[in-house]
Design a protein around this ligand. Structure first.
Ligand SMILES: NC(=O)c1ccc[n+]([C@@H]2O[C@H](COP(=O)([O-])OP(=O)(O)OC[C@H]3O[C@@H](n4cnc5c(N)ncnc54)[C@H](O)[C@@H]3O)[C@@H](O)[C@H]2O)c1
Length: 260
């Protein structure tokens, strides 16, 4: 019997780099997996085939998490197909590289609608189903170290991820008595996905990030997926409102004044 046998996992942004790693990890441990993302279903098929080869049932729906109604319909559709999701991973996000002087109200709005509202829509819709069924579950938000460290080039992203942290803690307090444990994984600079797009084609930048990171190694998607698995583990019953910061020590660094 695998660790997550009989469970259904719900993962937004499931075709992104970290979303895929989480899907593979949870499916490997026996969970059926429902993914959503912005891409059309036809583009998901090769990855769904890979996941099904792990022996699990898998679905994909094109859903914009900023649309509360669409998220609710998705959650209900997944429940009908695979059973009520008990492992809920709001992972979808975007990043706008712009300082405040150039950021448009539309960009600000969209970033918060996707990264913060989208996570809320998904967590709330799924939690309401669990409450109705009187089932325990896990919600693991994929946050970021940018939720607690200022990055002047991506301020809207930082604000959304800071909001996500408080969303996690408020939900954790309300839902813990119902056996729904809510936590967050906050990666640093991952050698994948959103950061990779920024570092791509710039080997020098990538190497300087590695050198700057206290553990001298870049985080990979599988590291994030393993932290999600740890928080979802049925044996892990004490963590609620916790944040696993996975940044290789980056957020411990402070700028040092020049002493010579
Ligand atoms: N890559 C990093 O360095 C890093 C660092 C810290 C945190 N994170 C977080 O990890 C998570 C995954 O990011 P990633 O790096 O794999 O990026 P990614 O771009 O590979 O994946 C993000 C996925 O979300 C989807 N998405 C975007 N907007 C959406 C919407 N409105 N509705 C549904 N799906 C949507 C995208 O299509 C994409 O598939 C995000 O929450 C991100 O903030 C990433």
């Amino acid at each position: 019997m695998k660790r997550f046998s009989g469970r259904t996992a719900l993962i937004s942004g499931g075709l992104g780099d970290i979303g895929r790693a989480i899907a593979i990890e949870l499916a490997t441990h026996g969970a059926d997996v429902a993914l959503c993302g912005l891409r059309p279903a036809s583009e998901a098929e090769p990855f769904l085939i890979e996941l099904r080869a792990l022996g699990q049932r898998v679905t994909y729906d094109a859903v914009d998490v900023a649309d509360a109604d669409a998220v609710q319909v998705w959650v209900e559709r997944v429940e009908a197909a695979l059973g009520a999701p008990t492992l809920i991973i709001p992972n979808a996000a975007q990043v706008t590289q712009s300082d405040f002087q150039r950021l448009t109200p539309q960009q600000w709005n969209r970033e918060l609608r996707v990264n913060l509202d989208g996570a809320f829509h998904m967590a709330q819709s799924a939690a309401l189903r669990l409450l109705e069924h009187r089932k325990p579950g896990r919600i693991v938000f994929i946050g970021s170290w940018a939720g607690h460290r200022v990055h002047s080039d991506i301020p809207a992203y930082c604000v959304a991820k800071a909001g996500l942290r408080m969303l996690c803690q408020c939900m954790a307090l309300e839902f813990a008595p119902h056996g729904i444990l809510v936590n967050e994984v906050a990666p640093g600079i991952v050698d994948a996905g959103l950061s990779c797009k920024i570092m791509s084609g710039n080997a020098e930048l990538r190497e300087s990030v590695r050198q700057m990171t206290p553990v001298k190694k870049l985080i990979v998607s599988q590291d994030v997926a393993r932290a999600v698995t740890f928080l979802c583990d049925p044996e892990n019953l004490q963590m609620a409102g916790s944040v696993i910061v996975q940044d290789g020590g980056l957020s411990l660094l402070a700028p040092r004044p020049c002493t010579r």
